[in-house]
Design a binder for this molecule. Sequence first.
Ligand SMILES: [Zn+2]
Length: 169
Amino acid sequence: MKCQLLLLLGVFFKLSHSDSEPQTTLVEGYLLCKSCGEDSTVLNLIDNTRLSNHNLGFANITFGEKEVVVQDLTNPRGITFRILISKKAKCAQTSTWYKDSTWFEGYAWKICQCPSCRAHIGWMFEPFESAAKNPIYPSDKGFYAIILDSVISEAYVNSLLIVDKILRN
Ligand SMILES: [Zn+2]
């Protein structure tokens, strides 16, 4: 499972550094699907700069040493989600792009479900003008909104396992 995300990362960083020498990038940590443990994204890909004009507020949280901006967004049904933005994430293939009720002006959206267990992880966003050309996943101009409650950091999971092992011994 990590191989797929590393491949995704490899493509991302290759695109980011296409004019320079190959570089080694240390993965800062995985965020896992809370339902099944599948890799959802990595902390390196978090984008703290993209804020919705519709957010009810935002806050800084930390995953290990990484500071992450989360924002609260409400859907038309009145449900509020605390989300973080990632440049890439793992999502199952889902339906077509929607342009109505978008949280990010000029961006179409679709649901992001965990490819392993189909849990609702968040949403994918793609500019209106390029959504038709990228029917399945966002292009480099798009991004992903991940529901904070749907993921858990791998470092935290590992710390629980270590504590559990210590308590058993
Ligand atoms: Zn899952």
